[in-house]
Design a protein around this ligand. Structure first.
Ligand SMILES: *[C@@H]1O[C@H](CO)[C@@H](O)[C@H](O)[C@H]1NC(C)=O
Ligand SMILES: *[C@@H]1O[C@H](CO)[C@@H](O)[C@H](O)[C@H]1NC(C)=O
Ligand SMILES: *[C@@H]1O[C@H](CO)[C@@H](O)[C@H](O)[C@H]1NC(C)=O
Length: 392
């Protein structure tokens, strides 16, 4: 997997990039620490970076633009995230296209007016969709797969001014303060964009990333861990249910996984709870302090409940049945949960940023905590994970 070697490749590419710049070589670098990318390239928007920051961006002189129209294809299973941004007058007038609940959401600021409009078909079905954004005088129009999607008309009292200056475009993020958004949304987008045609213009785009991560040719829903990533949550966001304790449900093909599926731990406390798949012994093992429960890798679904004095494991193989219930001699599990952190895809060490090791390789089709799907985009800390898609 290209993601797998990313951490290592980063260092190498950086060195390589600096060498190229130092030698005055042309090509990737452009002398401002940026790399050039073709506007028609296939781009994976979910790459790690500051969550509001665009992955690629470009600047075009309006005087050279013949048509305010851009089209591109997008593919995602992620219902929420930033796709496309454009602005003029240094960000005074701007346009943001995102998804929310899978549906396109346009937010526009023009001549001091702010508008948001959402609607059109759901796009988070993992298929490629063609979007076209155009501006015709007072109207901004979004077309989806050749049909009309959304149309916004805005009339200002100000007299029409001649459009001039620069137009900035960005993918996967915005170039203004997020506080300008009328409708809030989760910016991270586990999705791909390709075949972009931007204002019928072929200026190159730029990226601050050393290397662009690939888009997998085919995807399926799930969360993908390439063996170097994790997502960490404060467990305080999943309150303990007084009757039922804590319930974690996982689904996926465990026979195709290796490493830590989840672990939780409270800072400064001994107890670590972890579910680990061992690809050599073909076993899935739940460890809770001294206690160990092992199951075979053929399992497809696991439901684990932690209560004050009891731990229950249900497994589906193929029917969901109770595998084991044990009385806990260590009553600290729920207090560990209340004060701790939950890591999906890695062990947790001590200290704030210590995410330990033993990363997961594989695809989790479903992760639920306390009966709710866990959105890895809402993690307190996240690295090298595809939150909503796995390679197929
Ligand atoms: C836009 O035009 C101005 C003046 O003609 C020029 O200085 C500037 O470099 C151009 N910008 C781009 C991105 O081409
Ligand atoms: C599991 O082991 C098999 C054979 O040893 C190997 O081919 C496969 O890549 C491993 N899978 C993972 C996820 O490590
Ligand atoms: C998670 O907990 C840490 C320390 O316990 C805190 O600093 C951080 O703000 C919390 N983050 C979230 C997203 O709640």
């Amino acid at each position: 997997m290209a993601l797998l070697g990313k951490a290592m490749a980063d260092g190498l590419l950086l060195t390589l990039g600096l060498t190229l710049l130092a030698c005055g070589a042309r090509g990737q670098g452009n002398g401002r620490g940026m790399r050039e990318v073709s506007g028609g390239a296939t781009v994976y928007l979910g790459q790690d970076r500051d969550i509001w920051r665009p992955l690629i961006h470009t600047t075009v002189n309006l005087s050279e633009v013949s048509s305010i129209k851009s089209s591109f294809q997008v593919r995602t299973f992620d219902p929420e995230g930033t796709i496309f941004y454009g602005d003029t007058k240094d960000g005074e007038d701007w346009f943001v296209l995102s998804l929310r609940d899978g549906v396109p959401l346009m937010q526009i600021s023009k001549d001091g007016m702010f508008v948001s409009v959402a609607g059109g078909p759901k796009l988070d079905d993992g298929k490629w969709h063609t979007l076209e954004v155009s501006s015709h005088g007072k109207f901004v129009i979004l077309r989806v797969d050749g049909s009309s999607g959304l149309e916004v008309g805005m009339q200002s009292k100000r007299t029409e001014e001649v459009i001039s200056g620069e137009l900035r475009l960005a993918l996967g993020g915005i170039l203004i303060d997020k506080d300008n958004m009328i409708v809030e949304f989760q910016p991270q987008m586990d999705g791909c964009v390709r075949e972009g045609s931007w204002l019928s213009h072929s200026v190159p785009w730029e990226t601050e990333a050393d290397e662009l991560w690939p888009c997998y040719p085919n995807i399926q829903p799930g969360s993908y861990f390439p063996g170097a990533g994790f997502a960490i949550f404060n467990t305080s966001v999943f309150p303990v249910d007084t009757d039922n304790g804590v319930k974690i449900e996982l689904a996926g093909d465990f026979s195709q996984m290796d490493g830590t599926v989840f672990s939780f731990k409270a800072p400064g406390q001994e107890l670590t709870v972890a579910l680990v798949v061992n690809n050599d012994t073909k076993e899935v093992t739940l460890t809770l302090g001294e206690e160990k429960i092992s199951m075979r890798k053929t399992v497809k679904r696991l439901v684990i409940t932690f209560q004050t004095e009891m731990l229950q494991v249900f497994q589906e193989e193929p029917k969901l049945t109770e595998l084991k219930a044990i009385s806990l001699t260590n009553p600290g599990v729920l207090s560990t949960w209340r004060e701790g952190r939950l890591a999906i895809g890695s062990l947790l060490g001590d200290g704030e940023d210590n995410v330990g090791s033993h990363f997961l390789t594989g695809c989790l089709k479903k992760i639920q905590v306390q009966g709710k799907d866990l959105d890895l985009d809402s993690a307190a800390m996240r690295k090298s994970v595809s939150s909503h898609s796995c390679p197929a």
